[in-house]
Design a protein around this ligand. Structure first.
Ligand code: GRG
Length: 276
């Protein structure tokens, strides 16, 4: 299975400038963490990963939309993403807004086209909740409100949980539903939120220790006067916390009966040593 090919095919709409912009951002070189979490959850339950491809693509489409909109001048006003000019720089602002809207909407179109009604309904509900105004959108709003403010680490954790955690938890939750293991959804949600916190603390660390060339994106946090795990805890404590959180996620996954955690654990090993 070629995930990159599947992603390009997932954008199933008329040829247009907005489709070009959607593909430009979706197919830019990302780590595909969210897609791989769906596929590796399925493998952990002994299910063929191909069953999860449309759902994995839908999550990456929602993620790509969030990155396009987050980079806009009205938000973080960033010029570089995934090592390339941001969507509004490569196209124009109006097209970038539409490309984000298009990816979000087409993600749900893709899920709605799937044959298994129960899986499609529950997965679209879970994805909408994670990306919506009680999840990622709320996180983004809280993040904007926190600019120039002295929030504490609990305040920052709330932002991270919503902005990053929800969209990192939902792939594993959807994996449970696709695998017909709905009873595991709540446990994977809790684990995914912790994984999201580890991932975001690491992002804060990388923003300090890695160069813009390696990261392939600008660090607008300083310019936008945002608190991060590093400004609140210090670099060493933030690194320590990241390690502890990743280890805890691995241990919690290992403890799930009937689930082979080795595939996601392997991802965690790779995530721990990422430099972007
Ligand atoms: C604008 C609706 C809206 C939401 C914005 C996703 C997001 C919320 C903002 C992007 C900025 C940011 C630092 C978000 C935290 C989540 C995060 C670490 C995103 C980057 O994810 P990676 O590292 O990116 O998986 P790639 O490019 O590898 O897919």
């Amino acid at each position: 299975m070629d995930l990159e090919k599947e992603l390009a095919l997932a954008v199933d709409c008329e040829d247009s400038r907005v489709k070009e912009a959607m593909l430009y951002s979706l197919c830019a070189p990302g780590k595909r963490v969210r897609a791989k979490l769906v596929l590796n959850t399925l493998k952990g339950f002994g299910i063929d990963e191909n069953e999860g491809i449309p759902y994995a693509c839908a999550i990456e489409m929602v993620h790509a939309y969030s990155l396009i909109h987050d980079d806009l001048p009205a938000m973080d006003n960033d010029d570089l993403r995934r090592g390339r000019p941001t969507c509004h720089k490569a196209f124009d602002e109006a097209t970038a807004i539409l490309a984000g809207d298009g990816l979000l909407t087409e993600a749900f179109h893709l899920i709605g086209k799937q044959e298994n009604d129960h899986v499609a309904r529950v997965c679209s509900m879970l994805l909408a909740k994670a990306a919506g105004a009680s999840g990622m959108i709320l996180g983004q709003q809280l993040d904007i409100e926190a600019e120039n403010k002295n929030i504490d680490f609990d305040g920052l954790k709330k932002i991270h949980r919503n902005k990053t955690g929800c969209l990192l938890a939902v792939p594993m939750m959807m994996g449970c539903v696709i695998a017909n293991k709905d009873e595991f959804v709540d446990e994977f949600e809790n684990i995914g939120i912790e994984l999201g916190l580890a991932f975001q603390v690491q992002d804060d660390v990388l923003d300090i220790i890695s160069s813009i060339e390696v990261l392939g994106k600008s660090n607008s946090d300083v310019e936008n006067h945002k608190q991060t795990s590093v400004t609140l805890l210090g670099l060493d404590k933030a690194k320590e916390l990241m390690e502890t959180l990743y280890d805890d996620v691995s241990n919690r996954l290992k403890a799930i009966q009937g689930f082979n955690s080795e595939y996601i654990e392997e991802m965690i090993i790779q995530l721990k040593v990422r430099n972007k």
